[in-house]
Ligand binder design. Structure first.
Ligand SMILES: [Zn+2]
Ligand SMILES: [Zn+2]
Length: 435
């Protein structure tokens, strides 16, 4: 006898539907909420799950995704039932893994016919599994947003790009997104095109929650597809939790879709440790000198090490004073800068805040961003192989960034002992690590 599991929290509806199916020769198991239903599904492996959409504890989308993620249930068919006939609900259900979607009140003959049809199709057919994510090929980094502070599109920034902080890293089978500035919008579109409906698993590492590092997230298309899994990792800010801070920018005065309404399978995890892993990629974080809570990340991949420090003000120049420096303050500054040098040491790719030139920095001491001379010097001292100047100032046009790049190259060349390749980050540039 074929078994059907009915997950329905409506106490009046559940026995009615169960009776109609039993009459038709089905063995019927019932559960009152999604969690209990999933437990039964795993125990009994029914041929079909009939599942309500809106339920306490675990909604129908979550049930679908959990079933589709369970190898033993790969042949189980799922029929979602719901009082809501919105086309988007149906689309989301199918994308979450349901085989069909029926609008309540569901007629007994309609349900029986749907079950007959689904179970007479090839039951042994495997449900399409999420594809391995970029499992092959060398590690690579792509720039999607390179600007600091605020997006600055226009003809004068068209070469380096006007979008704010966002990088894509592909390494060891993982897709890791660094920051969610406005550049993440175009990344989301590119990923959707590439995966073309196949589920994707992404990890988003946030350095901090200043606007230029999170503002693109509401426009990140993969977050709107229930088949996708987006894991957001970052550290708690000064006032409230990471989830609350990210949710605030999507509250109704600012954005039409709330964070919790996003249909994608999104988790937000506050990091506590400074070392963790994303799949096989080992990640180290370091708190840097920038207003609020801000970190840099070092990704240790099989293809090499990538360091991302989008916002940081080195201490030494900040603590130096024209009238003569306080020796203690300078000693402290040097110790702090030495820690940063250790953190970036030997990196294959270093992407780091280089917002100001020397004259400009004098007017911006204590703003939390770097003077380009210091960045170039430190990169050479740390024997970084490839340095990318990042967080370009919104007022700097392409010509200005190119001039700053030329200056940074000069500074790097004057240092003894190591040849660091210096470049300026620009949108669309992809760097393949040699491994
Ligand atoms: Zn920034
Ligand atoms: Zn910042």
């Amino acid at each position: 006898m074929k078994a059907v599991l009915l997950i329905e929290d409506d106490d009046a509806l559940r026995p009615m539907i169960a009776a109609a199916l039993e009459q038709n020769g089905w063995k019927v198991l019932t559960a009152e909420d999604g969690e209990a239903g999933l437990e039964l599904a795993r125990q009994h492996r029914p041929e079909v799950v009939v599942c309500d959409l809106l339920m306490p504890r675990c909604n129908g989308y979550q049930v679908c995704r959990a079933i589709r993620a369970t190898p033993e249930l790969r042949t189980t068919r799922i029929v979602m039932i719901s009082g809501r006939g919105y086309a988007t609900d149906k689309m989301n259900a199918l994308e979450a893994g349901a085989d069909d979607y029926l609008v309540k009140p569901v007629e007994p003959h309609e349900l029986r016919e749907t079950l007959r049809r689904l179970t007479s199709e090839k039951c042994s057919e495997e449900i399409k599994r999420p594809a391995a994510q970029g499992a092959s090929g060398p590690a690579r980094v792509k720039f999607w947003g390179v600007r600091g502070s605020i997006a600055s599109p226009g003809p004068s920034t068209v070469f380096y790009g006007g979008n704010t902080s966002c990088l894509e890293v592909r390494a060891d089978g993982e897709i890791i997104v660094l920051d969610a500035g406005t550049g993440i919008r175009a990344l989301g579109l590119a990923l959707s095109q590439e995966f073309n409906g196949t589920p994707m698993n992404l990890t988003l590492l946030l350095t901090h929650t200043h606007w230029d590092h999170i503002q693109g997230f509401p426009f990140f298309v993969p977050a709107y597809n229930p088949k996708n899994t987006v894991r957001i990792l970052g550290y708690e800010g000064a006032r409230q939790g990471l989830a609350a801070t990210l949710g605030t920018q999507m509250e109704s005065p600012y954005f039409p879709v709330g964070m919790k309404e996003l249909p994608g399978n999104i988790t937000i995890e506050e990091l506590r440790d400074m070392e963790f892993t994303v799949g096989k990629v080992q990640v180290r974080a370091m708190f840097v000198n920038h207003p609020g809570i801000c970190v840099g990340y070092r990704l240790h991949t099989s293809g090499g090490d990538i360091v991302f420090i989008p916002d940081n003000e080195p201490f030494h120049r900040m603590r130096s004073k024209p009238e003569g420096a306080d020796a203690k303050a300078l000693e402290f500054a040097e110790q702090q800068d030495a820690k940063l040098i250790e953190f970036i040491r030997g990196a294959d790719v270093l992407v780091i805040d280089a917002q100001y030139d020397r004259e400009e920095y004098e007017q911006r001491v204590g703003w939390g961003h770097a003077c380009i001379d210091d960045v170039a010097e430190m990169a050479v001292r740390a024997k970084v192989k490839q340095l990318f100047l990042f967080h370009h100032d919104p007022t700097h046009d392409d010509e200005r960034v190119s001039r700053m790049l030329a200056h940074a190259r000069q500074i790097a060349a004057q240092q003894n002992g190591f040849e660091t390749i210096v470049d300026a980050a620009r949108e669309g540039l992809e760097v393949v690590l040699k491994g």
